[in-house]
Design a protein around this ligand. Structure first.
Ligand SMILES: [Zn+2]
Length: 530
């Protein structure tokens, strides 16, 4: 039979452990020499990932097979042929329609029958799963790294990757030069091009030598990229999100922004940061959005003011300006009204702990009895089969009894799953109480983004009128009066519980936000977290 010998290796992560194309070819040629009835028509080589359909050599090969130029394919492993559901499906379809008669692999024996095709589809599926979970793990790993303050990529010029600690450290050889470049840039008297010339020609700056790249003078555009990369100010940016970096910065954020202005990229980050309440508050007079604006007084001090955007054409809105401090003061007052007092927090935590313990005990009892019931019915099923084997039961009787037992089993399994789901639901209650207790301290210590998040989690419908900010409380939070007593508190715990029990999208969103806020810097009341 005629075969194509197909070799593939991409430079992508998932193929890192795979033999080179050259070795794949040699191995397969050596192996196939010992196979009877194998004639290799042509060796086809491809350096392309099989993650997605659309490999040119592979596609052309399948066309040629359909045209009868060969009957089979030889490859190192099925994952050389397909790592995506479409290409895997095409191979199996070609086998089904007899366009493809045989497949041979070095590391897997395939027989062209239904069982062989079934195994093959599992391996294709596994290869796809491998690619999927790999990229998912990489993404998850990157996110965790960013949250811990470390850049998940190759270290920028002036830094090195500490492979063992998986952190970014100062490159003692280049960091001083990079620092000098920034200092020159900060003087404002040198262009980036001039600094680039000095660094590469006079100081001999060279990039880090890596396997195939590096060891050369950095390009002018690389120097531009360096001067616009907030990493050098200790800030990590990824997908529009900002993370505080733990590496040693070259410049302060202020110096970085100064350089951005020199480069003609004025205060891009500043804008989004200082006007964080823009688009959240509505004007009580005309209904349009309140917006932030930065003003500089005659002494050069920056102030942020909030005011109605006054977009309404048919009427003039006469609402006055309000300073950021004033707005935040009113927000803090609101947070103070809904915060749990220390005493209430302790009481609620104890109560929740007690309830949770009780519920867990109840659950354990229910779970045990369900598991016992399921085991009993398993035994009954075995006995039933024994009776049938000894022909003490007719087929009809046996089937009827068996169906009944199986149905019961499914019922118990479902009940067990529901029970397990239910016990998970207690966990959020404690974090809501703890969050509610630490609202003000978290608001004060949070950056503007966090403040915004805290505010949207507990409040809604923000309206500003005559310098007064009114905010509605979001469920399950509530305003506490000075005369608040234990029965109010009981009602609150009940509200929290019903709110979490229905497990709505709104509630899930709230819990997600609370988790993010609580994961921030440690708070003084950490010991009280449950
Ligand atoms: Zn207005």
């Amino acid at each position: 039979m005629k075969y194509f010998l197909y070799c593939r290796k991409s430079s992508e992560d998932e193929d890192r452990q795979v033999l080179s194309i050259e070795s794949q070819r040699q191995e397969m040629e050596r192996l196939s020499a010992g196979w009877r009835d194998v004639e290799i028509v042509e060796v086809l080589e491809e350096s392309f990932s099989a993650k997605a359909p659309g490999r040119p050599v592979f596609d052309a090969m399948l066309k040629r097979i359909a045209a009868g130029q060969a009957d089979g394919i030889i490859a190192w492993h099925p994952d050389r042929l397909a790592r995506n559901s479409m290409d895997g499906g095409r191979i199996i379809y070609l086998l089904d329609t007899k366009g493809l008669k045989d497949l041979r692999f070095a590391s897997f024996s395939f027989e062209n029958n239904s069982q062989g095709k079934f195994m093959l589809s599992i391996i294709f599926g596994y290869s796809k799963y491998y690619v999927d979970s790999l990229s998912e793990n990489v993404r998850r790993g990157n996110r965790t790294k960013l949250q811990h303050g470390w850049l998940p990529n190759i270290a920028p010029l002036g830094y090195l990757n500490d492979k063992e600690a998986r952190t970014i450290v100062v490159d003692n050889e280049r960091y001083p030069l990079v620092q000098r470049m920034w200092n020159l840039m900060l003087t404002g008297s040198h262009t980036p091009r001039r600094i680039w010339e000095m660094a590469t020609e006079e100081w001999g700056l060279r990039t880090v030598k890596r396997k195939r790249i590096g060891g050369k003078a950095p390009s002018l555009s690389a120097v531009y990229r360096m001067f616009t990369n907030p990493f050098y100010a200790g800030v990590l940016e990824r997908d529009g999100k900002t993370y505080p970096g733990k590496h040693q910065p070259v410049v302060t954020i202020e110096q970085f922004e100064h350089v951005q202005r020199l480069l003609g990229r004025p205060g891009r980050p500043r804008k989004t940061r200082s006007f964080s309440y823009t688009g959240m508050i509505r004007c009580g007079e005309c209904g349009f959005m309140v917006t932030g604006e930065e003003k500089i007084n005659r002494f050069g001090t920056h102030y942020t003011y909030y005011h109605c955007s006054k977009r309404r054409l048919d009427r003039h809105c006469g609402q006055p300006y309000l300073s950021l401090d004033d707005i935040e003061g009113q927000i803090e007052t609101f947070l103070g009204e809904i915060s749990l007092s220390d005493r209430f927090q302790r009481w609620a935590t104890q109560r929740l702990e007690r309830d949770t313990k009780q519920k867990q005990q109840d659950h354990a009892v229910q779970r045990d009895s369900l598991i016992r019931a399921r085991a009993t019915s398993m035994r009954e099923l075995e006995n039933l089969t024994k009776l049938r084997i000894r022909e003490l039961l007719s087929d009809d009787e046996y089937i009827k009894e068996r169906q009944e037992l199986e149905r019961k089993q499914i019922d118990w399994t479902q009940k067990l799953e529901a029970l397990n789901r239910g016990s998970k639901r207690f966990e959020p209650l404690g974090s809501i109480v703890s969050f509610n207790h630490s609202l003000i301290s978290r608001f004060r210590s949070g950056n503007l983004q966090r403040r915004r998040m805290i505010l949207t989690t507990v409040g809604s419908n923000l309206v500003l009128k005559d310098k007064k900010l009114s905010i509605d409380v979001r469920k399950p939070f509530r305003r506490w009066t000075d005369s608040g007593n234990i029965s109010d508190l009981r009602a609150f715990v009940r509200d929290v519980r019903t709110h979490c029990d229905d497990n709505s999208a709104e509630c899930q969103e709230m819990l997600k936000n609370i988790r993010v806020i609580m994961d921030d810097a440690p708070q003084d009341d950490q010991s009280l977290l449950v």
